[in-house]
Design a binder for this molecule. Structure first.
Ligand code: DGP
Length: 120
């Protein structure tokens, strides 16, 4: 079980990080957790989330920007480890109009097929 700061008992991804809900884990360290999306939109579709509960990119501040920057270093490592050498996409949806369905900051890593021309 992982420690989650700001644990929100109503948050699906807080429960996944804690291990209360099972997931197909790809990567974990003290700050973030990555797992395969349950409804993959590409051959590789991985979600990377901070272990602390942050609602979305809309809640990124000067205080947590370092964590977000660190997560991008992990995203690059995961993309390389997954062999996405022809390219990949990172997406973070914000709010209802942005298509966010789980209000815990997460970054989608999509790859393994050509994604060009699809932005929404
Ligand atoms: P978004 O729509 O941007 O908030 O993305 C949420 C993603 O989370 C969506 O692609 C499906 C995925 N998802 C939802 N529930 C679960 C779950 O229980 N397990 C896993 N692995 N992924 C989930």
């Amino acid at each position: 079980m992982s420690n989650v700061q700001n644990y929100d008992p109503d948050c699906l991804f807080c429960k996944i990080v804690r291990g209360d809900i099972p997931s197909d884990k790809v990567y974990e360290d003290e700050l973030c957790y990555a797992f395969r999306d349950i409804d993959p939109q590409a051959p590789t579709h991985i979600l990377v989330v901070p272990k602390t509960h942050i609602a979305s990119c809309g809640a990124v501040t000067a205080e947590n920007a370092g964590l977000v920057g660190y997560i991008f270093t992990v995203i690059a490592q995961i993309a390389a480890a997954e062999g996405l050498d022809k390219g990949w996409r990172v997406v973070s949806n914000v709010g209802p109009d942005g298509g966010q369905s789980v209000p815990h900051l997460h970054f989608h890593i999509l790859g393994g097929r050509c994604l060009s021309g699809q932005m929404g």
